[in-house]
Design a protein. Structure first.
Length: 166
């Protein structure tokens, strides 16, 4: 923020952790997450890539209550929710793997059931392809043995009668 001030940008503190920038090419805000009151600014304070399980639980509860409010606010909450989920995707997927009782809304958001079905289907296909490869390996092994047997016969013939004419 020092850099901005020294370059002529006015910084106005609107709330604890929320700063408006004036005098730059475009309007902007700076959010300082550690300064935000998590109760007052639930959605903004969770715009991070390091959610805890408890924070996730609070967000999920708050999101489920939003459905009762006007659709305009619901759309805004869903947009912020999507950003939070994308930023924490790795953490959330690891939670889903560890906890089969993950809230249904999280399972739906990441299409967990569809992913599990796809993984199961691909596993079946892989097993089938492995069986086919094993069968082909056995066939190649048999053909290799037959070829070795023919090479042995040819060597005996050449030992008795000399090399084959070209």
């Amino acid at each position: 923020m020092k850099y901005l001030k020294t370059n002529g940008v006015e910084i106005i503190k609107k709330h604890s952790g929320i700063y408006h920038l004036c005098g730059s090419l475009f309007s902007a805000q700076i959010l300082v997450l550690r300064e935000l009151n998590p109760e007052q600014h639930l959605w903004l304070s969770n715009l991070c890539s390091h959610l805890s399980a408890e924070q996730l639980k609070r967000i999920m509860q708050a999101r489920s209550r939003i459905g009762d409010i006007s659709s305009g606010k619901e759309q805004l909450v869903n947009s912020v929710f999507d950003v939070i989920m994308k930023a924490n995707e790795g953490f959330l997927l690891s939670l889903i793997k560890e906890d089969e009782t993950m809230p249904e809304s999280i399972r739906e958001y990441f299409h967990v059931d569809e992913l599990e079905a796809t993984i199961a289907s691909q596993s079946e296909q892989l097993a089938s392809q492995s069986e086919q490869l094993a069968s082909k390996d056995e066939l190649l092994s048999n053909q290799s043995e037959q070829l070795a047997s023919k090479d042995e016969l040819l060597a005996r013939y050449e030992a008795l009668f000399g090399p084959l004419p070209e």
